[in-house]
Structure formats: C-alpha cells, structure tokens
Design a binder for this molecule. Structure first.
Ligand SMILES: Nc1ncnc2c1ncn2[C@@H]1O[C@H](COP(=O)(O)OP(=O)(O)O)[C@@H](O)[C@H]1O
Ligand SMILES: [Mg+2]
Length: 222
C-alpha cells in the first residue's frame, strides 16, 4: 500500500492573487486516520483535491508511493486509487439506495449479484437498514442520503480515502458511527484515511491531526 507525500507543494488558482496552498510538505501513511482542521477558506478542500489528482500543484511534487502524480494517468489514479467522500454528494435520483451503491462496482465489471452482496454490509455499516434498500434518495433524510453516498464511495475498494466534511450533516451518533467505519478501514484494512472536519468528535478519534491555516499545514497532535 502506498503513502501519499507532498514535497513543497504550492497551488494558486488561475487568476488568484495569492496561493491557496503554500509550501506544504507532509507524508500520509497507510493504516492511519488523519484529520485536517482549520477555518473556512484556509485551503482544506484545495489540499484534498490536489491529493485526489483533480489538479497538479503549481510548484512542488505529490508522490503516490514512488510515483509523482505528474507522471501518472490522473483519470486512472482517481478511478482506482482514490475514494472521495463529500459533504454534499449527489446520489443518482432514479436509482434505489442499493442500486446507487452497486452501480460503480458493476461499472468496474463486478457481477450484479456479487455487487449486491458487497453493498448490503456496506450500507448496514453506515446505519442504513435493509428496509431502506429499495427506496429512492428523495425518500431518505439528508443524513441518510449522505450515509448511502459514503457506502457508495467505500464500494470502489480504493485504499486511499479522502473525505471532505463527511459528517457535516450527521448527528453525533451517526458521526461517531461513520468515523468508526473510517477508523476500521485505516486500522484493519490498512487504508490511508484523510478527513477534513470541523467536528471535534472526528479529530478526537483521529491518529494524527493537522491544522490548516492560510494554506500552510502544522501538525498539532501525533
Ligand atoms: N475555484 C476557485 N477559484 C479561485 N479561488 C478558489 C477556488 N476555490 C477555492 N478558492 C480559494 O482558495 C482558498 C482556499 O479555499 P478552500 O480550499 O475551499 O478552503 P476550505 O476548504 O478550507 O474552506 C480560499 O481563499 C478560496 O476562496
Ligand atoms: Mg472546504
């Protein structure tokens, strides 16, 4: 399993006067749950999108294992190596809950029956019971929709999980439940899990906490 490392990474949005990410160097190891905290506008989402290969740094390098993202097929990297979870993740409205989770697995060639077998425990692990599997997203609460989206993100099986405020709309019990799932993925499956969060519950459960401020990163807990 591969660590992701950043070496002197800076990033400036096109047309912006100042850099959103400033000279960040850091290693994210497999098997650990990381929390990135910091005020709104400090650069957390920008940092995650760079790790996800949505754009390349303006200067500096990001390595996945030994390879620089500059030398990789970024579409394949995003599809195969990275699993992203967002605060507002739009489910396919015309697919049921279980179809939403099965769809990406079937796209990757999994037999529909096997996809369903994998989807069930994923949904149950985020607190979506079997009685909701046949509902359409519009008939779920916001919190439930988000948990389905999380189950769908986990279905790809990628070992690097990048989550941007994944518990932003969940109550405390569901927040702890979701973070426990992410912790298990790190500690038991060896995933590298990086969570942007405002939740103290999340940062308390993380192995390592970084503070992002004005585009720079400081480790505040190890
Ligand atoms: N698409 C964009 N174009 C220009 N500037 C952006 C864009 N997205 C974010 N920014 C700016 O980059 C900085 C960091 O934003 P962001 O990474 O979204 O912060 P956070 O996720 O911590 O709230 C902010 O100053 C924001 O205004
Ligand atoms: Mg953000």
């Amino acid at each position: 399993m591969s660590a992701i490392s950043m070496q002197n990474v800076s990033y400036t949005y096109r047309g912006a006067a100042t850099a959103a990410i400033k000279d960040v160097s850091c290693v994210f190891e497999p098997g650990l749950l990381y929390a990135l905290i910091g005020p709104s506008g400090s650069g957390k989402s920008t940092l995650l999108s760079l790790l996800a290969g949505l754009d390349l740094p303006t200067s500096g390098e990001i390595h996945f294992g030994e390879k620089s993202l500059r030398d990789m097929d970024l579409d394949a990297y995003r599809r195969e190596s990275i699993s992203m979870i967002f605060q507002a993740f739009h489910l396919f409205p015309l697919m049921t809950v279980i179809e939403n989770v099965c769809y990406p697995m079937e796209l990757c060639g999994l037999h529909p029956k096997e996809a369903k077998e994998r989807a069930r425990p994923l949904l149950e692990s985020v607190g979506i019971g079997v009685e909701k599997f046949s509902r359409f997203p519009a008939n779920l609460s916001g919190g439930e929709q988000q948990r389905v989206a999380i189950a769908r993100s986990l279905a790809s099986g990628a070992k690097t999980i990048l989550a941007d405020e994944p518990t932003g709309n969940l109550d405390t019990a569901n927040t702890v439940n979701v973070i426990e799932i992410l912790r298990q993925l790190a500690h038991e499956k060896g995933c590298c899990v990086i969570v942007v969060t405002h939740d103290t519950e999340v940062s308390v459960l993380a192995d390592i906490v970084y503070r992002v401020k004005d585009g720079a990163l400081t480790c505040i807990e190890a």
